[in-house]
Design a protein. Structure first.
Lengths: 186, 106
């Protein structure tokens, strides 16, 4: 027996409920990232935010981006951040104050930014917005056509950027040897 | 059929709220790694907006996902270099709190 299109008693479709659920998880976990006292918990909430966002990407028909999100963000960047947290947290400097003294102006700026976004989204005429949820539109073929067509130069530059970032990160995080300090100075 | 998930505006509003939360974290947190995590939240908000526009506007089909993939690549590079800088500073100053990096002010 197929499920009804509209959930009874709520009057919303299944995708609406899914969107509200995932969006609520995203916002709540983002608040946990920003307001959490314990930075390890902030890192774990960041993983939850990124995972729920991957679900919203699937709802938007961009399964390839959701896969890249899980692989790159959850698999690589979050692990990198958790390692950096473990390397830089010392027991001596336990953080009592999580926020700087400019927390009130920062909150005002963030609220103002949100209001500005709302006004801009509300006042823009987007033209005909059709949700193209068909396999031809949501497959990887148009993504590949865009990525290897007009954005080919940006794609190549991104690969060079990642190589430079890896080499630069290795150099920055390298332990400086004590007997070599000052040898290269003239 | 679907009143919320079938429209463009809810995705954009969610993206804007996520960006505002990330900007608050970047401005207000003391820990350098918390600031980097807030930057990741902001980049994901931009990704969500790009994907929503690509999914709902027919002339942008595929371009939103291409933008999002490029942004993910740039974010990976940014996280690598940013965390390496934080670790390099921590090795010298023994603290990850940004308001104690005040050598140039003294």
């Amino acid at each position: 027996m197929p499920l009804p299109d509209i959930i009874p008693f709520i009057g919303l479709g299944w995708s609406d409920v899914l969107f509200l659920l995932l969006g609520g998880v995203v916002l709540a976990a983002a608040f946990g990232v920003v307001f959490g006292r314990d930075i390890i918990k902030s890192g774990l909430f960041l993983i939850l935010t990124l995972g729920a966002l991957a679900g919203i990407y699937v709802m938007l028909g961009a399964a390839i981006v959701a896969g890249a999100q899980v692989l790159v963000y959850i698999g690589a960047i979050s692990v990198l951040i958790l390692f950096a947290i473990m390397l830089t947290q010392s027991k001596v400097a336990s953080v009592k104050l999580a926020f700087q003294t400019q927390v009130v102006p920062a909150a005002l700026a963030a609220v103002l930014l949100a209001v500005l976004f709302g006004l801009a989204f509300g006042s823009t005429e987007w033209g005909s917005t059709v949700f193209t949820d068909t396999p031809a539109a949501t497959g990887t073929a148009p993504v590949a056509a865009a990525l290897f067509g007009p954005y080919l130069l940006a794609f190549e530059i991104a690969s060079v950027l990642i190589l430079a970032a890896v080499i630069g990160g290795l150099y920055l995080a390298m332990e400086p040897k004590a007997d070599e300090v000052g040898e290269d100075l003239p | 059929m679907s009143q919320i998930a079938g429209n463009l505006e809810p995705y954009l509003v969610l993206s804007g709220m996520l960006f505002a939360i990330g900007s608050f974290g970047f401005l207000a947190r003391r820990n350098a790694i918390s600031m980097l995590m807030s930057i990741e939240v902001m980049l994901n908000a931009v990704n969500l907006a790009a994907l929503a526009l690509g999914a709902f506007i027919p002339s942008l089909a595929g371009q939103g996902a291409a933008f999002a993939l490029l942004i993910i690549a740039v974010a990976a590079a940014e996280a690598t270099v940013g965390l390496a800088i934080v670790i390099a500073i921590f090795r010298n100053r023994k603290t990850p709190l940004v308001d104690e990096y005040d050598t140039m002010r003294q």
